[in-house]
Design a protein around this ligand. Structure first.
Ligand code: SF4
Length: 495
């Protein structure tokens, strides 16, 4: 499909809008004279400036349907160029909605953190009524998504009020898993592959050194440890002994009891054993994740998870029986072959099990490309099924007493939807809020870890990247330690 840009070059924004409606379509871009292709679908976007006003115009051909619309913007607008871009986007969105009968619920809002936008507007003195009309009228956001954003912002602002000055979170990355799920976007290597199995001991040796060095850095800078998070990959893909080595390194180097939160992601049911849960419990960690993704066995098989729904349920019950109370369960809306009825069963079942936290993701299109055919995904997007799933989950979870407390959007999710963390009041994960809002320094260890340095708000956030893959981490470990020295420079500058 060709997109014509006439009189403007709002390529990024306008193509983003087109992708909401045609998720896997390849677009070609034309800035020259508009020569309409024979029998091919096209989208024309046009800006024509006159002396006092500017004409914005859109024309779309999809199959035998041709639709167009136009509007006028005054040239004396103080933010003329941005306003033209926004208005042209809304025009394009409206015509595409008419042609495809799809109405993405976040409208033309493409930002990944709508709640941050909302919080900033509140901080700038805007009333909730003004914010509502800003999102609804200027960005065509639906009532449902606005409600969700306000609820999330309200839960979150209470948590952010309690942020400790000069504090940090410690993140430990375990870039291994037992096998690869078809939608996985994390840095994770199947642990049974030769290039991973042989390297695990060495990886953990070095990780323990990095943990020690990081503790020294934090101590030297008098930073206060606030939360600890071991993620990945899947930390429980490691043996109980190896997991113990890591938790021991943390206990020996950090004041674990002083941390307000300590989480270890367990994740996949086929990695969780009583022995590993013992290690977690004895480490002082109070929160874990057991991630079923769906309670439908056929869907689990489809996405390459090598466990059943029953196994996930059993792991959850085992963890509870062992006294781990704060448990998160992850689910994904929009998985291939999942139906609305089956998803509804998944959410109902989750509520019946009553974990303290439930996180609902929507499948990203990048991953979907491997899982659906191009036509299949367009049909899927048209059926609006993922939107119905998230809507159902939102209503059911809130009714059951869960509240949304963090929300983010990835680019290219089906229906341009969101990922939301829900929790029973008092069980929200501080780490998840801090990482989303870039409110606190995160000192990261391990392959794929990203240290994020956050100062007093007057200076840009600085990131230090560790090597992404475990083999590079091992062979270039000295560089990792050298890079960490930048933490000192950041704080020493008093920034
Ligand atoms: S369990 Fe998580 S980390 Fe492991 S392969 Fe699946 S999505 Fe990736």
């Amino acid at each position: 499909m060709t997109i014509f840009f006439s009189g403007q070059d709002y390529k990024y924004e306008l193509e983003g809008i087109c992708k909401l409606f045609f998720p896997l379509k390849r677009f070609s871009h034309c800035y020259d004279k508009i020569l309409l292709p024979n029998d091919e679908d096209y989208i024309i976007t046009r800006l024509k400036k006159h002396s006092k006003t500017t004409l914005l115009w859109v024309r779309i051909k999809v199959g035998i349907i041709i639709k167009s619309a136009h509007t006028i913007v005054k040239n004396d607008n103080t933010d003329y160029l941005n306003e033209c871009e926004r208005v042209l986007s809304t025009l394009l969105y409206s015509v595409l909605s008419e042609v495809t009968a799809i109405k993405p619920s976040w409208g033309i809002l493409t930002g990944v953190r709508p709640v941050s936008i909302l919080q900033k507007q509140r901080a700038n003195g805007k009333t909730d009524e003004e914010i509502t009309s800003f999102f609804k009228e200027k960005y065509l956001v639906s009532d449902d998504k606005l409600d969700l954003s306000f609820m999330t912002a309200n839960t979150q602002s209470k948590l952010l009020e309690d942020t400790i000055k000069n504090s940090y979170s410690l993140y430990i990355s375990i870039p291994f898993c037992v096998s690869r799920c078809s939608y996985c976007s994390f840095v994770s290597h199947a642990i049974d592959r030769p290039n991973a199995t042989d390297k695990i001991d060495e990886y953990i040796d070095l990780l323990c050194i990095e943990i020690k060095e990081t503790a020294n850095l934090a101590r030297g800078l008098k930073l206060t440890l606030d939360t600890i998070y071991i993620g990945g990959g899947t930390p429980t893909a490691l043996s109980a002994e190896n997991l113990q080595r890591i938790t021991d390194a943390i206990t020996q180097n950090f004041d674990v009891p002083s941390a307000r939160e300590y989480t270890i992601e367990a994740g996949r049911a086929d990695t969780i054993t009583r022995e590993k849960l013992e290690v977690i419990k004895n480490s002082g960690a109070k929160r874990i994740s057991v991630n079923p993704q769906t309670f439908n066995d056929a869907v689990l098989q489809e996405i390459g998870r090598k466990h059943t729904a029953k196994q996930a349920e059993d792991c959850y019950l085992l963890a509870k029986e062992m006294g781990i109370d704060c448990i998160n369960m992850d689910f994904i809306a929009g998985l291939p072959t999942d139906t609305f009825e089956s998803f509804k069963h998944t959410i109902d079942k989750a509520i019946e099990l009553a974990p303290t936290n439930i996180t609902l993701h929507t499948l990203s299109i990048k991953r979907s490309a491997d899982l659906f055919t191009a036509d299949g995904i367009e049909e899927y997007a048209k059926s609006n099924i993922t939107a119905k799933m998230t809507e159902y989950a939102q209503k059911r979870l809130i009714k059951a007493g869960y509240l949304p407390y963090y929300l983010y959007r990835q680019k290219n999710t089906i229906g341009n939807l969101e990922n939301v963390g829900y929790a029973m009041p008092g069980y929200e994960s501080l780490y998840n809020v801090y990482i989303m809002d870039e409110m606190q320094t995160i000192l990261a260890c391990g392959a794929g870890g990203v240290t994020k340095l956050v100062g007093n708000g007057e200076k840009p956030i600085e990131r230090i990247f560790n090597f992404k893959y475990h083999f590079e981490y091992i062979t270039r470990f000295d560089e990792i330690l050298d890079r960490k020295a930048r933490v000192n420079i950041f704080y020493d500058k008093g920034l």
